[in-house]
Design a protein around this ligand. Sequence first.
Ligand code: ZN
Length: 197
Amino acid sequence: MKTFYILFILLIIGIIGAGCTANESSEQYEINHAGTGSDVATHVADTIKYEVQKTEEEWRSILTDDEYDILRDRGTELPYVNEYYNSKKEGIYYCGACGQPLFSSEHKYSSGTGWPSYWKPIKPSAVGEREDNSFFMTRTEIVCSRCGSHIGHVFDDGPEPTGLRYCMNSAALDFVEMDLSNTDTQNLSNLDKNKTK
Ligand SMILES: [Zn+2]
């Protein structure tokens, strides 16, 4: 019975650690983004210099412990008990660290995984990708292209038209409710004015 209990605990830890993998196959994904020129998603290496640069001490001073764990320590929050997974409100999801607009409610859908999921970012250039080989699997990590903070992962089991599932952490995002019918969501600098961070 004790052995069973230990195995159960290890299983739970594994599920939480892996995160966002409910529908994932073990294949390595080739993510192809639509778009041309500067609108193409940037492949972000660890060595890249981001527009927003802060020391980890500075990030700790402006983020809550939960935010820091996800955004800077690449953690994964629990499914179904996070803030936005089930939200259907209209508005923009910003990077919780630097305030860059990352996702729109127009591209959000119910993936059934317990994490907020989108079939594309608000603009391909808003996010960067990084190979993540943790937990004995290869996944594609999604980071904010302006500050390099970890937001979640992308998988290729999403809905049409992209077939992608951007599986994000609520704690890495700040939501601002707004009427998008009269908003130019492709003008990121314009959207940034709504942000106070
Ligand atoms: Zn950011």
